[in-house]
Design a protein around this ligand. Structure first.
Ligand SMILES: Nc1ncnc2c1ncn2[C@@H]1O[C@H](COP(=O)(O)OP(=O)(O)OP(=O)(O)O)[C@@H](O)[C@H]1O
Ligand SMILES: [Mg+2]
Length: 273
């Protein structure tokens, strides 16, 4: 159900999407390390009669970590689903480096450079680790097989436990390893923006800390723009640059992470710490 699990991925090969006449056609994947901002403006989205997002504006700075916080049902997952094209925005704009991608299909959005790691992970348990990873490259344009092998090896180098288990069924992985697998799969789509929906959910505190460290490294070392949805607001704000708090489909606060973490009333009413 993730964009990655849907088999989308960008064109293989390097190049600047910005210079290639707009990111939406996936004429080229961005050069490694090239950052892009994501700006959601006045977004309205929902399910049938349910308006889950009612005019939400969020800006994720290029190469930074933006935390999206709020209680159950606030609209956090819906925001990521709308950005990744899994549900259609009814109104508003979704700007990836100034190109509006609202209304594009999930495949086009992945090619434009946005990868989504959904809530609940989306590992396919009956496939091997490597088969799961290959899904992340499914919509690469044709290219040398060696490029795919090299891309896989790059992720295996980053995620050693996955390298050791590449021929094992994904069902045999621990919770932390599954989280690594879905993040590695999303990275194989060569995104500029990574949407993470509650990556720490269900993980032991130590494993959760490792996932948070990984998120920081992806932003610092790879220049990825990260949108991090978390129930654990304290952990998210500890690593984020900026945060936005949603409640019942609306933005109730947006500020730098330190200011949000220091706001006692906000913590009490919306953040639970
Ligand atoms: N498939 C769906 N069909 C109908 N309504 C839905 C659907 N998914 C979510 N909703 C509703 O949309 C609103 C926002 O839900 P959403 O899943 O975006 O919240 P969330 O902030 O991610 O919550 P959580 O922290 O529990 O994951 C809620 O009122 C929810 O009941
Ligand atoms: Mg959710």
């Amino acid at each position: 159900m993730s964009s990655a699990a849907n088999g989308s991925g960008p064109a293989a090969g390097a190049g600047s999407a910005g210079a290639a006449g707009g990111p939406e056609m996936g004429t080229a994947s961005p050069a490694a390390g090239e950052s892009a901002s994501l700006a959601v403006e006045e977004l309205v989205a929902g399910y049938g009669e349910v308006v889950a997002l009612d005019g939400v504006t969020v800006t994720a700075g290029a190469g930074g970590i933006t935390a999206v916080l709020g209680a159950n049902g606030a609209g956090k997952t819906t925001l990521l689903r709308a950005v990744s094209g899994m549900i259609k925005a009814r109104r508003g704009r979704i700007l990836l480096a100034d190109h509006d991608v609202a209304g594009r299909s999930p495949e086009q959005i992945v090619r434009a450079g946005i990868a989504h790691v959904p809530e609940g992970q989306g590992v396919i348990p009956e496939l091997t680790v490597e088969e799961n990873l290959r899904i992340g490259m499914m919509s690469w344009r044709r290219g040398p097989r060696a490029d795919r092998v090299a891309a896989l090896e790059e992720e295996y180098a980053r995620f050693k436990p996955l390298a050791d288990r590449r021929r094992k069924l994904a069902s045999t992985l621990s919770g932390g390893e599954r989280q690594m697998l879905v993040i590695a799969r999303a990275l194989l789509a060569r995104p500029r923006v990574l949407l993470l929906d509650e990556p720490s959910l269900g993980l032991a505190p130590r494993v959760m800390a490792q996932v948070m460290d990984l998120v920081v490294r992806l932003s610092r070392e790879r220049g990825l723009t990260i949108v991090l949805v978390e129930q654990n607001a304290r952990a998210a704000l500890a690593i984020a640059d900026h945060g936005v708090v949603l409640n019942l489909g609306r933005v109730v606060a947006t500020a730098d992470a330190a200011s949000l973490a220091a706001d006692v009333a906000l913590r009490h009413h919306y953040l639970g710490f």
